[in-house]
Design a binder for this molecule. Structure first.
Ligand code: KIV
Length: 257
């Protein structure tokens, strides 16, 4: 059996120049399959709101829903590092941030992720002080999609570019072990990745991040009704499901003798 992946393993991958493959897993079978496929970084993302629970965006996801899915994924006992998103409204104050991060850890997560930079530093500091590994999330912040009126690329304007860099440095200085960069312009994502010692995990942010994360459902085609522009699906599992079901259904009419 391979040795357990920890936050130190993930940091060491950047130091060695080894790309970090990261994917979302929201339940037992997917966590187990991705772990068996050798993915070192698994996230019970609040993207589960859209691709599993049928919400229009992540702002509807509750702590209870996150805990339920973290428990399911954790039952796979993955060798991979397993983290979980703090959902919308769960880290508005230092007190709720720590209490909710502890709930996700109690459910089986090994780190928590929250969206934001310097504006959430007190919460991040309190989470890390409580001994909970923390992953940042900068760039497009899906929990702010309603205020922002959509999923927009970040870092095009000088002020945005500088703010992203400052936020990344602040999170790294505080002790975050990694930072997800979502929809950040590739040159800015590259600059951030070079400016900090902890790994950047990109999503729609170009090839120069230290790792890449995708929503697994987008990668394997189990959510065919919407695929982000930056994803190249590697399988059509929705098509496979429909063909398998159609074959089974046809067989009911004309069973094999
Ligand atoms: O919610 C999520 O799944 C995420 C990743 C895609 C980065 O935040």
């Amino acid at each position: 059996m391979n040795s357990k992946i920890t936050v130190e393993t993930i940091r060491a991958m950047k130091a060695r120049g080894e790309k970090i493959a990261a994917l979302t897993a929201y339940d037992y079978p997917m966590a187990k399959l991705l772990d068996e496929a050798g993915v070192p970084f698994l996230l019970v993302g609040d993207s589960l709101g859209m691709v599993v629970l049928g919400y229009p965006d992540t702002t509807h996801v509750t702590m209870a829903e996150m805990e339920h899915h973290v428990r399911a994924a954790a039952r796979a006992k993955p060798n991979a590092l397993l983290g979980a998103d703090l959902p919308y409204h769960s880290y508005e104050t230092v007190e709720t941030a720590v209490a909710d991060a502890k709930r996700l850890i109690a459910a089986g997560a090994e780190f928590v992720k929250a969206e934001g930079g310097r504006e959430i530093l007190p919460q991040v500091k309190a989470i890390i002080t409580a001994g909970i590994p923390f992953c940042g999330h900068l760039g497009m912040l899906p929990q702010h999609v309603l205020e922002e009126g959509g999923y927009h690329i970040k870092g095009k304007k000088d002020a945005e570019h500088q703010a992203l860099l400052d936020d990344a440095k602040a999170l790294a200085d505080l002790g975050a072990f990694a930072i997800v960069l979502e929809l950040v312009t590739p040159p800015v994502a590259k600059e951030i990745s070079q400016a900090i010692l902890i790994p950047t995990i990109g999503i729609g942010s170009g090839p120069d991040c230290d790792g890449q994360i995708l929503v697994t459902n987008d990668l394997i085609g189990t959510f065919p009704w919407f695929t982000p522009r930056f994803v190249k699906p590697m399988a059509d599992c929705a098509g496979e499901i429909k063909s398998a079901v159609a074959a089974w259904k046809n067989n009911l009419q004309t069973p094999d003798k």
